[in-house]
Write a protein that binds this ligand. Sequence first.
Ligand SMILES: [Zn+2]
Length: 81
Amino acid sequence: MDACPHCKSSWIGEPIPEEDQKLFNATHFKRMIGIEVRTLYDGVAVYQCPDCGKYSPVGDSKLEKSLFKALKEYMDEEISE
Ligand SMILES: [Zn+2]
C-alpha cells in the first residue's frame, strides 16, 4: 500500500540510497507506522497513518483483514478498560 485509504495521504517517503535498496527490497522508505501485536501475530498486523492516525489492514488478503479486525477489537477493549 502506498497511500492512506482514509485521508489518501501518500506513504512514500525518502528515497533509499542505491546501495541499500537490495537490503530493503524497495526504492523508497515508507512513512506509515507498522504495528505489531505479539499476542495475536508475529509481525506487522496493522498500519497506522502518520498523518491522520487511523489504522488500516496491511493488505487485502483474508488473513490480513481478519488480523486487522482482531486487532481493532483488542485495542477497543484495552481503551475501554
Ligand atoms: Zn491517513
